[in-house]
Write a new protein. Sequence first.
Length: 141
Amino acid sequence: MRLSNLADYAVVTMAAAARHCGGGRVSASELAGETGLPAPTVQKVVSKLTAAGLLRSVRGAKGGLQLARPAAAISVADIVEAIEGPIALTACVDNGAHDCGLENNCAVQPHWPIVNQALRGALADIPLTRFTQTAPHRELV
């Protein structure tokens, strides 16, 4: 499993925005400059993050972007879901129609929600503040 580039860029963008907490608002072009991401990509990511309620956009002379809530209250799961939608490892975890011929006789299907919940829980346990630190903390499991 691999996150899309856009989800990865969203985490990078949110980390840059979080580093501005308490220092006022920041523009999408400033975030692009700080992250090295193309401005159109940052605009797209910012639009999705704002729609998801993770960023707040303020217009005017003192306008710009800011986190909609404290960085410690925003998780990696929140950011990924803002870009990708609900985290679902397989189609049978996702609500709605499924495209699996084994669905009616599958012995594994009832277990996927547990795996999915564990993955989402792991991502939910990582706050955005972790990405604002200069060196990541490595924890051995």
